[in-house]
Write a protein that binds this ligand. Structure first.
Ligand SMILES: [Zn+2]
Length: 75
C-alpha cells in the first residue's frame, strides 16, 4: 500500500469521532506521530502515522489561509 503523504494544514475526517462529537481534524505537526487539532473543540492529539492512516475516512479541502488574500501591492 502506498504511504499516505500528510502536510501541515491538511484537513482529515476520521472514522471515529472525538468525545466532543467532531470528526474533522487539521494536521499541525509531522513526524513519527502526527499532530492533529480537533476542528470542533480545538484540542490537540498525537497519533502514530499508521493509526492516522487507518482511521482516516477522507481528506477535506484545505481552508484558504487569511494571508493568502494579502496583497503586498495594495498599499
Ligand atoms: Zn474535539
Amino acid at each position: 500500500m502506498e504511504p499516505v503523504q500528510f502536510e501541515i494544514g491538511d484537513r482529515l475526517r476520521l472514522r471515529k469521532k472525538h468525545p466532543c462529537g467532531g470528526f474533522d481534524w487539521e494536521v499541525y505537526r509531522l513526524g513519527a506521530d502526527i499532530g492533529l487539532r480537533c476542528e470542533t473543540c480545538g484540542r490537540h492529539i498525537l497519533l502514530p502515522r499508521s493509526e492516522v492512516e487507518r482511521r482516516m475516512k477522507q481528506r477535506l479541502p484545505r481552508l484558504p489561509k487569511p494571508e493568502d488574500d494579502f496583497d503586498p501591492y495594495e498599499l
